[in-house]
Design a protein around this ligand. Structure first.
Ligand SMILES: Nc1ncnc2c1ncn2[C@@H]1O[C@H](COP(=O)(O)OP(=O)(O)OP(=O)(O)O)[C@@H](O)[C@H]1O
Ligand SMILES: [Mg+2]
Length: 351
């Protein structure tokens, strides 16, 4: 398979650079529809950062998080540790800081290992991180903490919901101490919806939308791979600017498959998946009445995006099932992708 190079995102990168150029004051929530390229953008941004930034990037997606200990382990660079790496662990923070550049996970010294895990107090872990970041600052560098897929900690509790402890910690790092830039990314728009109405975060965070590519960006992306005008129109019709979907079509083209046939296949699959929600209703696995969901779909027969005054359970259910994407900052709802929009319309044809 040919390597697909990173495409565009100039506007978003500029926004992030402006944040990084200023003193840390707010937590930045990076959100957007599924598979819009949030993680890819973060990866790119990390690669491009000048050396004076020290990035600690933790992606919770790939972690198995069933307990508090596992969450703490996922923050620190310590899983699958061999005896050898244990021996090599640095003794002091200063030693450690001089050796960190761009890391996944927060490195830990031998000295602090027990302290962090002692008596399951998030405060221990957080105070260690603050010490580490202060040391990074003293070394003339700027710490940047990025947590991807934070919603994965779910309803985990340690002396109350862990998420509140974390938010307090993030506020401390930004607004209070101005010590580190904090970015939190999530693909779960129900989570953003909750964050948006969370009193403790009001005035303490900002939102950065990473949406699918716009029409022009999509066109220039496909141009790189030799799409004809007709193929580009097909790609836009079925995939919109959803990077993964476009990538599938690029691969189809590279393998000399018919682009339209492939796109139609995607639509059949997505339509069938949405129909299976109605199967679940028939089987009594889903509590929402069929006509209430149909009513929600009806909004998209003509429109691509709707503004809402009030959310209802049916809307949130469809957000939870990744059919709809909700942007609480603008109070809009739209299908998660162009493919979802078309699939919803297909379903409506038979409704
Ligand atoms: N700007 C881009 N240029 C090229 N490929 C991209 C770009 N953005 C995303 N992709 C590709 O699209 C796919 C999905 O991107 P990514 O995983 O970053 O999305 P995401 O928004 O983080 O998804 P999720 O909602 O699941 O967290 C990846 O395979 C990635 O390589
Ligand atoms: Mg992601």
């Amino acid at each position: 398979m040919r390597n697909i190079e990173f495409h565009n995102r100039e506007k978003e990168i500029k926004e992030i650079r402006a944040i990084l150029d200023s003193r840390p004051t707010l937590i930045t929530f990076i959100y957007g529809p599924i598979n819009s390229g949030k993680t890819e953008l973060i990866g790119r941004m990390i690669e491009e950062l000048p050396v004076e930034y020290v990035v600690f990037y933790i992606n919770l997606r790939t972690k198995f998080l069933a307990s508090y200990d596992e969450f703490i382990e996922s923050l620190f660079e310590m899983e699958m540790e061999s005896e050898e790496t244990k021996r090599k662990r640095k003794e002091t923070l200063a030693e450690l800081v001089s050796s960190v550049t761009k890391v996944a996970g927060i490195p830990i010294t031998r000295e602090f290992l027990d302290y962090v895990f002692k008596d399951k107090k998030p405060k221990n872990a957080f105070s260690y991180i603050i010490k580490l970041f202060e040391e990074v600052k003293n070394a003339g560098k700027q710490p940047v903490l990025i947590l991807d897929e934070l919603q994965k900690i779910g309803d985990m509790k340690v002396n109350g919901p862990l998420i509140y402890e974390l938010f307090n910690f993030f506020i401390d790092l930004t607004k209070e101490k101005h010590l580190a830039h904090v970015f939190v990314a999530t693909s779960d728009s129900l989570f953003i919806e909750q964050i948006h109405s969370e009193a403790m975060l009001q005035g303490r965070c900002r939102y950065l939308l990473v949406d699918d590519f716009d029409h022009e960006t999509t066109a220039s992306f496909l141009e790189k791979y030799g799409f004809t005008d007709e193929e580009r129109a097909i790609a836009w019709k079925y995939c919109g600017g959803k990077p993964v979907c476009l990538l599938e079509l690029v691969n189809a083209k590279i393998n000399r498959k018919d682009v339209e046939k492939e796109a139609k296949k995607f639509l059949r699959i997505r339509t069938s998946q949405i129909l299976s929600i109605f199967d679940e209703i028939s089987l009594g696995k889903v509590e929402y009445p069929e006509n209430a969901l149909i009513q929600e779909f009806k909004n998209f027969e003509k429109e691509e995006t709707i503004r809402y005054d009030r959310v209802n359970k049916e809307k949130l259910f469809l957000v939870g099932r990744n059919v709809f994407f909700i942007d609480p900052t603008q109070r809009i709802i739209k299908p998660q992708s162009r493919l979802n929009l078309l699939a919803v319309r297909e379903v409506m044809k038979d409704a």
